[in-house]
Ligand binder design. Sequence first.
Ligand code: PMP
Ligand code: GLU
Length: 395
Amino acid sequence: MTHALSDRINAMSTSATLAMAAKARELRGQGKDIIGLSLGEPDFNIPDFIKEAAKVAIDENYSSYSPVDGYGDLKAAISRKFKRDNGLEYGLDQIVVSTGAKQSLANVAMVMLNKGDEVILPAPYWVSYSDIVKLAEGVPVEVPTGIESDFKMTADQLRAAITPKTKMLWFSSPCNPSGSVYSEAELRGLAEVLRDHPDIYVVSDEIYEHINFRGGHVSIAAQPGMYERTITVNGVSKAYAMTGWRIGFIGAPAWIAKACTKFQGQITSGANAIAQRATIAALDAPLEKIQFMIEKFHQRRDLILELLGEIPGFKLNVPEGAFYVFPDISDYFGKTLRGKPIANASDLAMYLLEEASVATVTGEAFGNPDCIRISYAASEAEIREAVRRMKEALT
Ligand code: PMP
Ligand code: GLU
């Protein structure tokens, strides 16, 4: 019956990360022992002090619609967070709370893009960017990067990608899927290019800001000339392990925030009230409270890099943030393993699922067909066993 569906939905791809997670779940349901390294989701429980705040909110009857753009005291907490962590001053009229950073991104696309507007996506990029841009009738313009440049776009590449139709640049740092972190000098280099193009806006997706092993997160909005044209996207899914509670937010010029609020007012009426109340507790807490999770991710990064380094044909960068490794596995293309031809990254991801019972995600979904993405937001035992199985299936 897809002919009865809109062209819009028929043209959209299914989220590859969520699809792989669903497939892993299905196989597990059939009794298969699948290790899921496909979904970027912390395996920690939400810290107790955040849970307590949610329980209090229920007892205090936070059961009505919140203001569309979020509770004022939550926006005040977000404003303090931006100042504390990013050196950014956002007033309450510059902040919009949404149902996850994913919705924050969708709001921005819907309010900023006209048909045919180009959006530069340094590839690899997070899986949903291209479909969100296309949904808003924008045109994703991929700028390929490889392991030799640590999967980062240079200022020269940005300059070369700009056309009269360029409306926006979207990127994440720390990056999902590569784990790469742009340095302040690199961000300044990009800002310098954009100085000559005052009509280009930037979406800076900083959802992994705290999961940064080099320390000292830098926001592009804090670079000269960037504040007035940057939408800084963040949320509590990753650093606070609150994925299912669905709270994301933006700091942006007030006119963009206002437009996002207008859009959201017709689409969702605003984010979940209880989760908003809990987010105040999360953001106001000292960062030391979540440090144990960051330290664990750091240890797991070191472990998985060491273990994957033993598999021939895996070329690895050293991810400095987020919780993914993104090995270039193109050495396998053209080979046949256990009778199965491996022509591309999707074949290899499928091979690892079938032969090693390990779920990963093909790099194609992130705009880089030479790589696969492996999430190490899993226990040390799972990581060890997963890599052991992968090595066995590949050698
Ligand atoms: N941006 C990036 C780079 C992500 O990895 C994710 C992962 N979910 C999101 C945005 C969306 O996060 P959420 O909607 O859970 O806040
Ligand atoms: N962002 C996570 C990932 O990349 C969660 C899945 C999703 O939101 O698509 O795996």
